[in-house]
Design a protein around this ligand. Structure first.
Ligand SMILES: Cc1cc2nc3c(=O)[nH]c(=O)nc-3n(C[C@H](O)[C@H](O)[C@H](O)COP(=O)(O)OP(=O)(O)OC[C@H]3O[C@@H](n4cnc5c(N)ncnc54)[C@H](O)[C@@H]3O)c2cc1C
Length: 468
C-alpha cells in the first residue's frame, strides 16, 4: 500500500492531526519520511506506513491514537524499533513513533530511573552509570527499553537483579480508549501484572519507572573465544556448570563465526568459534574466581574476560548488529540440554548459511527463577536455558536460507523444549502467543486484554486476542 493519507482522508483532516501534534507527522513523500519509517530489521524495510507520528509527549500519543482509531488505521507502536518480527511498523497504518521521548531522569537517592518510551538501553546506562547505578538492560545498547521491558528483558544483570520487567516499579499507560492511567503494585495492579511480560498488548506506555542497583563502573566481564571444535565440550561442561553458579554471574554461550576484529588472532577470522560471554555483577576483585572454571574447558583462541567499564560490555556487540541488517531470530525455552540437542547444535554450528548465523544458549536461573510464576506475565521462570538462533545479513536474498537454518536449529532441540518461549525472541509475527505464554498465563492475559483493549487496537505485538 503506497497511498498517502491526504488523498484518502483529505488535506484538511490530515492538517487537523498536524495541528494537534507538538511532534512531526510524516506522510509518504514528506522530507524525512523515508528515514522515519525505517525499523531496525532490514527485512521489514518495504513496509510503507500511511503516516508516522513522531510524538513528543502524552498529549501527542493520545491525539495520534485517537486519530488512528477514528479513521480505522491500524496502529503500530514503536519504542526502539528493534522488534525482529517487524511489529513496530505497519504497511498502510499509523506508526506512533515514541523515539523523540527518550529522556531519562535518575533519582540516585531513590535508586530509580524515570525513562521515556523512546529511550534505548545506552541512554539509561549513560545516565545511571553517572551515579554507579544500572538495571538489567539489553545485550545490544541500541535496543529500546520499551518493547524489551514489556516482553520481559533478558540481560547481563538478570541473575543478580532479575529481568528488566522485574525491575519495573511503575508505568504510565495510554489505554486504547485514550485514558492515561498509572500502573504499579498499588494502582491498577492487574495492568501492572500484564505489563511485566505481556508485551504491548494493553496500551502505550509513556513512562517507565525502573529500579536501579549499584553496578560498576568497572565489572569483570567479557568474551572467552574457544575453537569451534570445542563447542560440544563447552556445552557439555556448561549444562552442569551453569545451573550451579551464584547470582553474581550471568553468561551465555554463542556458537558463532569469528568476526575480523583485531582482538582475535587473524588466523581465526572467519573460522567457527565457541564463545562464552560472562558478566559478573559484583566487585571486580571477585570476578576471576567466578569465571575460573570456564577457562579450563579448552585452550582459548582469545581470552577477553577482564575488568572493563560496565558501559563497554553493554555496547560490545553493537557493531555486529547495525540498523538495517536483515535479521531473523527463533527461540525456545529448554528444560535441559540433552546429548542429542548438543550434538545437533554442534553440527548446525558447522553448517551455517552465513557468517552471522549464531546459536545462543542463555544461562537462566538466579533472581529470574525466584520471582513467583504468578507475579508477572513472563511466561516461565524455571527453565535453566533459553536457546536462540540469531541471524543477520546485509544481503536480503540470504534471508530465506537464514530463516530455514534458524528454524532447524530450534526444531533440533525439540525434545528439550519446555513448550513455552520468550516472546521478544520470536522472529515471526504470527508465532502464537498462546503457545509461548502457556495456557494459564494466556487465559489471564486474555481477561486483561478484554478489560483494557477489547477491540484489539494494539494487535501489532505477540498478540493476545480478546475472545469477546
Ligand atoms: C539487535 C537486538 C538485540 C536484542 N537483544 C536482546 C537481549 O539482549 N535481551 C532481550 O531480552 N531481548 C533482546 N532483543 C529482543 C528485544 O527485546 C525486542 O526486539 C524488543 O521488543 C525491542 O524493544 P523495542 O522497543 O526496541 O522494540 P519495538 O520494535 O519498538 O517494539 C517491540 C514491540 O513492543 C511494542 N511497544 C514498543 N514500545 C511500546 C510502548 N511504549 N508501549 C507499548 N508497546 C510498545 C511494539 O508495538 C512492538 O509490539 C534484541 C533484539 C535485537 C534486534
Amino acid at each position: 500500500m503506497t497511498e498517502t493519507l491526504a488523498p484518502v482522508l483529505g488535506e484538511a483532516t490530515v492538517q487537523e492531526l498536524r495541528d494537534a501534534l507538538r511532534g512531526e507527522l510524516l506522510l509518504p513523500g514528506d522530507d524525512g519520511y523515508a528515514e522515519a519509517k525505517q525499523v531496525w530489521n532490514g527485512a521489514h524495510h518495504d513496509a510503507m506506513p500511511a503516516a508516522v507520528a513522531r510524538v513528543t509527549g502524552v498529549a501527542d500519543v493520545i491525539a495520534a491514537l485517537g486519530f488512528a482509531r477514528s479513521h480505522d488505521l491500524p496502529v503500530a507502536v514503536r519504542g526502539g524499533g528493534h522488534s525482529v518480527a517487524g511489529l513496530s511498523t505497519s504497511d498502510g497504518g499509523m506508526v506512533i513513533d515514541l523515539a523523540p521521548m527518550r529522556n531519562v531522569r535518575v533519582d540516585p537517592e531513590g535508586r530509580v530511573a524515570y525513562v521515556g518510551p523512546g529511550a534505548v538501553w545506552g541512554d539509561v546506562d549513560h545516565e545511571a552509570q553517572q551515579f554507579g547505578l544500572a538495571t538489567t538492560g539489553g545485550l545490544v545498547s541500541t535496543t529500546g527499553v520499551a518493547g524489551f521491558t514489556l516482553g520481559g528483558g533478558i540481560g547481563w544483570l538478570m541473575r543478580q537483579y532479575g529481568l528488566a520487567c522485574d525491575n519495573l516499579v511503575a508505568a504510565d499507560v495510554v489505554t486504547a480508549d485514550g485514558r492515561l492511567v498509572h500502573a504499579s503494585a498499588d494502582e491498577n495492579a492487574d495492568l501492572f501484572w500484564g505489563l511485566r511480560g505481556g508485551g504491548g498488548n494493553f496500551g502505550i506506555v509513556t513512562s517507565f519507572e525502573l529500579a536501579l542497583h549499584p553496578v560498576g563502573p568497572e565489572v569483570y566481564a567479557g568474551p572467552l573465544f574457544l575453537p569451534g571444535d570445542a563447542a560440544g565440550d563447552l556445552l557439555r561442561f556448561y549444562r552442569e556448570w551453569a545451573p550451579n553458579q551464584p547470582d553474581a554471574i550471568t553468561t551465555a554461550v554463542s556458537l558463532a563465526t569469528a568476526p575480523p576484529l583485531p582482538v582475535i588472532p587473524e588466523k581465526w577470522h572467519g573460522k567457527k568459534v565457541a564463545i562464552v560471554i560472562a558478566v559478573t555483577a559484583g566487585p571486580v576483585e571477585d570476578g576471576e574466581a567466578l569465571v575460573r572454571e570456564l577457562r579450563t574447558v579448552a585452550e582459548p583462541v582469545a581470552d577477553l574476560i577482564h575488568p572493563m567499564p560496565y558501559q563497554f560490555i553493554q555496547g560490545l556487540l553493537d557493531p555486529l548488529w547495525p540498523k538495517g541488517i536483515n535479521a531473523y531470530f527463533k527461540a525456545a525455552n529448554l528444560a535441559r540440554l540433552s546429548d542429542e540437542s548438543i550434538d545437533s547444535l554442534v553440527a548446525l554450528h558447522q553448517d551455517t548459511p552465513g557468517p552471522q548465523c549464531e546459536i545462543h544458549v542463555h544461562q537462566m536461573g538466579g533472581a529470574v527463577g525466584r520471582v513467583g510464576q504468578d507475579e508477572t506475565a513472563f511466561p516461565e521462570r524455571s527453565m535453566p536455558f533459553v536457546v536462540n538462533a540469531v541471524t543477520g545479513t546485509p544481503e536480503p536474498e540470504l534471508l530465506g536460507a537464514h530463516t530455514e537454518w534458524a528454524r532447524t536449529v530450534v526444531a533440533s532441540t525439540k525434545a528439550d523444549h519446555t513448550g513455552r518461549a520468550y516472546v521478544n525472541f520470536l522472529g515471526d509475527a504470527d508465532d502464537a502467543a498462546e503457545a509461548a505464554y502457556g495456557e494459564e498465563t494466556y487465559r489471564k492475559l486474555v481477561a486483561l486484554k478484554e478489560r483494557y483493549d477489547p477491540t484489539n487496537v494494539f494487535h501489532l505485538n505477540q498478540n493476545v486476542v480478546p475472545s469477546v
